[in-house]
Design a protein around this ligand. Structure first.
Ligand code: DX5
Ligand code: ZN
Length: 555
């Protein structure tokens, strides 16, 4: 079984867009805390939570308690995506008579707990978890608490109680975004130690300084600490938590308030404020412009791929690109599913398996069983029938479905009917066979052609650029529409993988900032460009963005 990575990601994106839509329509609400927990809710709703939107009171459902109730737009958006009510109902957020109020309310079928009075959700969760035990029910209780609400003494009374009564059918998440209401948690009431200084948001990126986990350990809890925006880490943590018996578990998730929208990130202003209508289209474009970096390990030491995986992990790769070559589809041979199986236990980072083999339909199941999360096969060696079969096998196993085309191949017409449900399209920008080749310039032009076909057929997946991507061309490859970037020579071939990935990200970021400014310029000229720039008040962003706007002649 795969992680279902892309499907979860797509639904998280849909939910984030609904948060923007709802808070904008209401003219108020809490986007910041909705976005910090977006991946946590996304993993729960799309993978772990047992529920039935057509029967919200189903007795055996898992219970989700949103203790940090002000982040209701995040909860409602996920409920809409999950089918509890139509997505358009988000327009009634906070309106008189609506079931979607500023804080979760039992009026809304599917909501388990009336949030708003902070500090009480964990106690309530313990109650329903203990009730489930008494009734010999085996549903699970998931509770999300905030770091701001951890100022409440009741949270710590609950912490003692859960461990005394061994409430192991309860998993809590601490959405550790370091911001409460209008300032930083560590200024108002520190949960950590020694977190003082001026570079506040930078300093908090240093995990070695976080001590909140120790507090919970001392209360007798099983503590798991993760990056709360990494789907694979959340997924693994939930599985570990569910397997832990005799103690309650808390998953301390380091998150970023306002995550995904640069001007909202780490910015206390966006705790409780709605975006203006004129910037909403730019925000939606920014949400559509999330991107991923995938190092290709064949560019490293083929005799020690284990070490290459480790370099990807320390380098903070989004996922790991595995080039399988069989010596027939391409002249070279690399490795097969047996090797992938051996590498799988080394990390939870998604495996992006690129099958450059003839007859992929024969072997695709082996690659599923080896632990791939996304599998891409080539259009040159599939047809409507074999790709249909591959598509179904992958979907059944929660593995992302990818199709790849060589530089000389156009998207075949038979593939059009699959485009709507395709997760990934690899557009090869070198002739496959080896890493370290030069990017084929015609690919830019090909991408323009492809984009119009993809749009016509409602493609909502990710375009992955593969071959010869480097720091010089990645910005324009992003502008062409690619959202996932494979890096062989330019990442794995480098001594410092972490720095190489960081540089890749920064180049994409520059290009993305330009695209967003161009959108602002198109929609509202220099006034909107200036407004957009003015929103970026944290760190050095504003100056950097202003410079891009000036160079482009937007202001
Ligand atoms: C080519 C492979 C690519 C390649 C990437 O056949 O599919 O993944 O190894 O390496 P670079 O980035 O060096 O072209
Ligand atoms: Zn590849």
């Amino acid at each position: 079984m795969g992680l279902n990575y892309y499907q979860i990601k797509k639904n998280i994106l849909r939910a984030r867009k609904l948060v923007i839509r709802g808070t904008n329509a209401a003219g108020s609400g809490h986007p910041g805390g909705s976005f910090s927990m977006a991946e946590i809710l996304g993993c729960l709703f799309n993978k772990h939570l047992k529920f039935d939107p057509d029967n919200p009171q189903w007795d055996d459902r898992d219970r989700l308690v949103l203790s940090k109730g002000h982040a209701a737009p995040g909860l409602f958006s996920n409920m809409a995506v999950a089918g509890y009510f139509p997505e358009s109902e988000i327009d009634t957020l906070r309106k008189f008579g609506s079931k979607l109020q500023g804080h979760p309310d039992l009026k809304c079928p599917g909501v388990e707990f009336c949030g708003g009075s902070l500090g009480t959700g964990l106690s309530y969760s313990i109650g329903i978890a203990l009730a489930a035990k008494i009734d010999s029910k085996n549903h699970h209780v998931y509770t999300i608490i905030g770091d701001g609400e951890s100022d409440e003494g009741q949270v710590w009374e609950a912490a003692m109680t859960a461990s005394k009564y061994k409430v192991d059918n309860l998993t809590a998440f601490l959405d550790r975004n370091f911001i409460q209401q209008d300032s930083y948690t560590e200024k108002i009431m520190p949960l950590d130690e020694n977190l003082e200084g001026s570079e506040i948001s930078e300093m908090w990126k240093d995990a070695s300084r976080w001590k909140t986990g120790d507090k919970w350990r001392s209360f007798g809890w099983n503590v798991i600490e993760i990056d709360g925006h990494r789907v694979e880490q959340i997924d693994a943590a939930i599985m570990k938590a569910n397997a832990t018996k005799g103690v309650p578990t808390i998953i301390i998730s380091r998150t970023i308030k306002g995550k995904s929208i640069e001007h909202m990130e780490d910015n206390p202003q966006w705790h409780g404020k709605a975006p203006d209508s004129d910037v909403v289209p730019i925000i939606n474009l920014e949400l559509d412009s999330q991107f991923m970096i995938a190092p290709s390990i064949i560019a490293g030491d083929m005799t020690n791929l284990e070490n290459e995986i480790k370099r990807c992990v320390t380098g903070r790769a989004d996922y790991i690109h595995l080039d399988v070559m069989d010596g027939q589809f391409v002249p070279t041979k690399t490795f097969d599913h047996n090797k992938i199986k051996e590498l799988r236990p080394l990390t939870v980072i998604p495996f992006d398996t690129h099958l450059m083999i003839t007859e992929p339909v024969k072997y695709v199941k082996d690659y599923v069983d080896a632990g791939s999360d996304i599998i891409t096969v080539h259009a040159e060696v599939t047809d409507e029938s074999s790709f249909g079969e591959i598509h179904d096998v992958l979907r059944q196993n929660q593995v992302g479905v990818g199709l790849s085309i060589n530089p000389d191949t156009e998207l075949p017409e038979w593939s059009y009917k699959f485009l709507q449900s395709l997760d990934q399209l690899i557009v090869m920008s070198v002739v496959p066979g080896k890493s370290g080749q030069k990017y084929i310039e015609e690919t830019h032009e090909k991408m323009t052609r492809l984009n119009s076909i993809l749009k016509q057929h409602n493609f909502s997946g990710y375009i992955e650029a593969d071959g010869g991507v480097n720091l010089e061309n990645i910005g324009s490859v992003f502008s062409d529409g690619a959202r996932a970037f494979v890096g062989g020579g330019a990442i794995i071939g480098q001594r410092d993988v972490r720095a190489a990935i960081r540089d890749f990200r920064n180049e994409v970021l520059k290009s993305r900032r330009y695209e967003l400014l161009a959108k602002a310029n198109e929609l509202g000229g220099s006034d909107l460009v200036n407004k957009w720039i003015g929103l970026h008040v944290i760190g050095e962003k504003q100056e950097q963005i202003k410079k891009i706007a000036q160079e482009a002649g937007f202001i």
